[in-house]
Design a protein around this ligand. Structure first.
Ligand code: F6P
Length: 540
């Protein structure tokens, strides 16, 4: 069946499903959880609290088949140039390929180069961690500052925080924003004599990164002397010529390739600061976890395939039930940057409005992705999730075990809260139940009538829960790869290119043109009255 026909069937079925509720679906089938949850090793995804049934699932699997998910998946893994608007292969999976098999891009096996860079990163990271590579004053480095933005920041920043229990190297800091406050506040706490700066930029042209890198360079040169700069800088980029023009020693430049998208680059040399923090062995486990998910994605039948199912639930909620957002709610404080990471991964990949052939998409594409860790979010925005007028499907992530063995109670409470939230979203509380509770608390009939509507929870709000044993490097690698492939599956079904990001360009161009106007070096004549008014207000 064609994709559009399957979508039509799905829409009709979604309408029928809206006649029922999650409460009823659970009440009517004691096996709902076992039918609608899938595991691979210790990783479990429970989809059962979504408004789906076996017919919806059959149709969704049919949709994946009709859209050619399996064929596109093969095309990605084998290095076809599926990023057609940039004429590039999409091979981040090669960066964690541990199969021993070659991976071809333009007919060339990329694996020897991948291993060469990994080896160079490991040597450098080991040198910094052991104190063998020293600063200009001969001291070991105590701190590393990664300067990058977008994919050159979010991946290493998110994972460094996530893997804090594995840190045994220097402290790693991240500067991304061009707002001078970011670099000023970061450097203010550091001693230049023992600080290494890594400039991370795929293109080595990104204005924020270049501006911050120049400021950091001045900080080193002014405090330690110009001759110290070489000892205190390293770089990660695909643009090796531009790095050398910046003056960073070739031996300290770690390359990657145009077939690695920025938001898919944590597995490449962009992961260097993480590797310095946790060591090459733990970094290898992180890659191994991602590789395990790659194998699962490539080999598991569609019905048992976690990224495929996650993508299909995303499509169901977005296109069949019309939910415009999804919340990512890790019950794991160390995953507090995961929502921001997934915002780039998902929204930069699938925030598209035309298909591969340039014609407009026929349906809604990437949803708004946002979130915060639980339990903090519960005391902030969950009110809207439970009683607001907008339904937002939620994705909970929780580990069976925390790292703080002496704080077991904390973890038990965390788990109880996570499970309680998905239960509350699903079940809700009826008016009768609300009244009964109020009566039980001893209120008079009038007060019960007055308050009961405020205590009603509509329920029937979809969520899914991802459970794994513990947030280890392996589990984190696997989790990120799960989401990467989910984004891929959704992009294939929408028929869009998930690997370009032209939507970020216009703002960049206009900012470049506006800078001289902000500086008073160019006339703003011809600007619209709002931009002109704002310029005048800011410049005084
Ligand atoms: O502005 C978007 C973007 O191009 C992202 O895709 C990328 O991750 C980020 O900027 C940083 O780019 P670079 O690594 O080239 O500095």
């Amino acid at each position: 069946m064609a994709v559009s026909d399957t979508f039509e069937k799905l829409s009709a079925h979604a309408k029928a499903m809206q006649e029922t509720t999650l409460r009823d679906l659970f009440a009517g089938d004691a096996d709902r959880f076992s039918k609608l949850s899938v595991s691979s090793g210790d990783l479990l995804i429970d989809f059962s609290k979504n408004l789906i049934d076996s017919t919806a699932l059959d149709l969704l699997i049919g949709l994946a088949e009709a859209a050619g998910v399996e064929q596109r998946r093969a095309a990605m893994f084998t290095g076809e140039k599926i990023n057609s608007t940039e004429g590039r292969a999409v091979l981040h999976t090669a960066l964690r390929n541990q199969s021993g098999d070659p991976v071809l891009a333009d007919g060339q096996d990329v694996m020897p180069e991948v291993f060469e860079v990994l080896g160079a990163m490991s040597d450098f990271a080991d040198g910094i961690r052991s104190g063998e590579i020293v600063s200009s004053s001969g001291d070991p480095f105590t701190d590393v500052v990664n300067i990058g933005i977008g994919g050159s920041d979010l991946g290493p920043a998110m994972t460094t925080l996530a893997l804090a229990p594995y840190h045994d190297g220097p402290d790693v800091h991240y500067v991304s924003n061009v707002d001078g406050a970011h670099i000023a506040d970061t450097l203010a706490k550091l001693d230049p004599a023992t600080t290494l700066i890594i400039v991370a930029s795929k293109t080595f042209t990104t204005i924020e990164t270049m501006t911050n890198a120049q400021t950091a360079r001045r900080w080193i040169a002014e405090t330690l002397g110009e001759e110290a700069v070489g000892d205190h800088f390293a770089a990660v980029s695909t643009a090796l010529d531009k790095v050398s023009a910046f003056g960073i020693d070739e031996a300290r430049v770690f390359g990657f390739w145009d077939w690695v998208g920025g938001r898919y680059s944590i597995w490449s040399a962009i992961g260097l600061p993480l590797m310095i923090a946790i060591g090459p062995d733990a970094f290898a486990e992180f890659l191994e976890g991602a590789h395990a998910m790659d194998r699962h994605f490539a080999e598991a039948p569609l019905r048992e395939n976690l990224p495929v199912l996650l993508g299909l639930i995303g499509i169901w909620n977005r296109d069949c039930l019309g939910h415009a957002a999804r919340a990512v709610l890790p019950y794991d404080q160390r995953l507090s940057r995961l929502p921001a990471y997934l915002q780039q991964l998902d929204m930069e990949s699938n925030g598209k409005r035309v298909k591969l052939d340039g014609t407009p998409v026929e349906r809604e594409t990437g949803p708004l992705v946002w979130g915060e860790p639980g339990t903090n979010g519960q005391h902030a925005f969950y009110q809207l999730l439970h009683q607001g007028t907008t339904v937002i499907p939620c994705e909970f992530i929780v580990a069976r075990k925390g790292h703080e063995e002496d704080l077991a109670l904390h973890h038990e409470m965390l788990v109880a809260n996570c499970l309680a939230q998905s239960e509350a979203l699903m079940l809700g509380r009826t008016l009768d139940e609300a009244k009964a509770l109020l009566e039980k608390s001893g209120l008079g009939a009038e007060e019960v009538e007055r308050l009961a509507p405020h205590k009603v929870f509509p329920g029937n709000r979809p969520s899914l829960t991802i459970v794994h044993d513990q947030l280890t490097p392996y589990a984190l690698g696997r989790l990120i790869a799960l989401y990467e492939h989910r984004v891929f599956v959704e992009g294939v079904i929408w028929g869009i290119n998930s690997f370009d990001q032209w939507g970020v360009e216009l703002g960049k161009e206009l900012a470049t043109a506006l800078l001289p106007m902000v500086q008073g070096k160019a006339s703003p004549d011809g600007k619209d009255s709002s931009t002109l008014g704002l310029l005048t207000s800011i410049r005084g």
